[in-house]
Ligand binder design. Structure first.
Ligand SMILES: *[C@@H]1O[C@H](CO)[C@@H](O)[C@H](O)[C@H]1NC(C)=O
Ligand SMILES: *[C@@H]1O[C@H](CO)[C@@H](O)[C@H](O)[C@H]1NC(C)=O
Length: 512
């Protein structure tokens, strides 16, 4: 999840409908595993109907995740509590294995959550299981030399940034509020500094991990290197990460925000031209991160198309030359472009974001840069595609085109290190009703299928799919390539021989 709705909700200033949250209401009995953990680790379990449980469930980004009702929520505060939890799950799993036919012993399953921003159901929540909400593990410690920030396994970046601003330092985290370290970095992590330093995960020195056995180990370049690398893209498949040692970079003020344009043919062409030039390695500027964002809204009374940019410049220069092809296009007032700290910039973006959406789906793909006419063609296909499901209640559709991280290759993605001309595109739809799930998914896929067909025809398509933007119907781990996937599977077999994080944690993208 990244810049979803930043511009659309900016439009709320000019009178666009507010997004309504859906509450979940189902109640379950508390099974043995919750009682067991509650007795072993008192005070960390909450049940449906309690304030803590309800607040946790209500804080997921999408309605699909809020709808799931775990038997209980476990909120650990220390690594040893996480370790004890995993050991209890194991004890219960063994009991289950001995009594396979006895329904009193159901195999305990759990979900792992941080920010809870992935849209699709089950990614970080679970029906009839235990959800481990890591957000109480939020400590931030800057090393003596200020080059490393050690953060708790559930730390939220918008709470980390302000703690580093007094030191003129930052870490590579989410660009919007509410994104936590676990899902973001184990899926990759696109950040303002990604053109300079790569994915967030390329810049993690070490991970404290609770393995399936309950054992706590430290994975780094010099110990358990295979696991260290696997955690850079392998998502929740290897253990529960209880501490991340992140590279902390010197950072003064940055410049950035959002800017809107009339959605006209000539402005679309100007954007296509500007973006194609921006992606040309000859114009590369490592301080620049940005996106082109096309939006569609159906408010019931009117249909609105929007066009905008997110622009971010890390070297603290307002309107730098690299962005002038965008900023010289006649724009609408107001915009939110300003100088500020990373923390202020992220919060300023957040002021225009809804804390959650009723229902949503997101699809991602990658391709090489090309000339402007290709982008114009992709924009037109998107616009034509929106007309195929324009009547869905409260539909919002966004097409975000942005530069890929310039990776240094310290990850599992199989991308060419140093490459600067890769584009990552994400299509997102938000809408009101579960009854529309199938039609929205089908119509959004139809747009992506047409985009991919053109990119394949032009020889520009790149199989890599960024996990953090991928829908469950996509296969990001498969997109890393056979060799990388096999390597991830081997690491899973070594550190989790009984596959606890494959079958005991059914949510997320699995390895087998
Ligand atoms: C941070 O940077 C600002 C602006 O350059 C400077 O005034 C301030 O002294 C710096 N703070 C530290 C702790 O280095
Ligand atoms: C990539 O960056 C990280 C963090 O800065 C560093 O530890 C790693 O050695 C780099 N890898 C390469 C291949 O340069």
């Amino acid at each position: 999840m990244s810049q979803l709705y930043s511009l659309i909700t900016l439009l709320q200033l000019v009178g666009v409908l507010p997004i309504v949250a859906i509450a979940s209401g189902l109640r379950h009995q508390s099974p043995d595993i919750c009682k067991l953990i509650d007795s072993q680790i008192p005070g960390r379990i909450s049940y449906p109907g309690s304030e803590v449980y309800d607040a946790s469930v209500a804080s997921y980004y999408s309605g699909q995740e809020r709808e799931l009702t775990p038997h209980c929520i476990f909120r650990p505060t220390t690594t040893s509590e996480v370790s004890e939890f995993v050991k209890s799950i194991n004890t219960n799993s063994r009991k289950h294995a001995r009594h396979r036919t006895d329904s009193r012993f159901s195999q305990p399953q759990f979900a792992i959550r941080g920010g809870g921003h992935t849209l699709w159901p089950g990614a970080a929540n679970i029906d009839n299981g235990v959800t481990v909400d890591l957000r109480e593990m939020k400590s931030v410690v800057l090393s003596e030399d200020q080059k490393m920030a050690s953060v708790g396994g559930g730390a939220v970046f918008s709470d980390i940034y302000p703690q580093l601003v007094p030191y003129n330092r930052t870490v590579m985290g989410g660009r919007v509020p509410g994104i936590a370290v676990g899902g973001f970095t184990t899926g990759g992590g696109l950040n303002f500094l990604s053109r300079r330093h790569g994915f967030s995960c390329d810049n993690i020195y070490g991970y404290e991990v609770v393995l399936a056995s309950g054992e706590v180990i430290y994975a780094s370049a010099s110990s358990h290197k295979d696991l260290w690398l696997a955690l850079k893209g392998g998502s929740n498949n290897f253990g529960i990460v209880t501490r991340f040692d992140l590279a902390a970079f010197p950072q003064g003020e940055m410049w950035g925000g959002a800017i809107l344009f009339d959605y006209t043919k000539s402005n679309l062409e100007a954007q296509a031209n500007a973006f194609s030039n921006f992606m040309d390695p000859q114009n590369f500027d490592s301080a620049a991160d940005m996106g082109v964002i096309l939006g569609y809204l159906n408010s019931g009374e009117s249909e609105i198309y929007t066009l905008g940019n997110s622009l971010f410049y890390m070297d603290g220069v307002p309107n730098p030359p690299v962005f002038q092809p965008f900023t010289s296009i006649p724009s609408l007032e107001p915009n939110t472009l300003a100088l500020g700290s990373v923390s202020e910039t992220v919060d300023r973006f957040g002021e225009f974001l809804p804390p959650h959406i009723p229902r949503g789906i997101e699809l991602v793909y990658s391709h090489e840069n090309s000339d402007a006419s290709l982008f114009t063609e992709l924009f037109q296909i998107w616009e034509d595609g929106t007309k195929e499901f324009a009547d869905i209640e409260d539909l919002q559709i966004q097409f975000l085109v942005q530069p890929q991280a310039v990776t240094n290759g310290t990850n599992s993605f199989g991308l060419e290190p140093g490459r600067k001309d890769i584009v990552i595109s994400v299509l997102t739809a938000a809408y009101a009703n579960a009854a529309d799930d199938d039609i929205v998914e089908e119509r959004l896929h139809a747009i992506v299928d047409k985009h991919v067909a053109i990119l394949e025809r032009e020889g520009l398509y790149i199989p890599y799919k960024y996990l953090n933007y991928a829908d469950k119907s996509q296969d990001p781990i498969g997109s890393y390539g056979k060799v990388n996937k096999r390597r991830l599977q081997a690491v899973s077999k070594k550190y989790d021989p009984h596959g606890l994080f494959q079958t005991g944690v059914p949510g997320g993208f699995k390895l087998f």
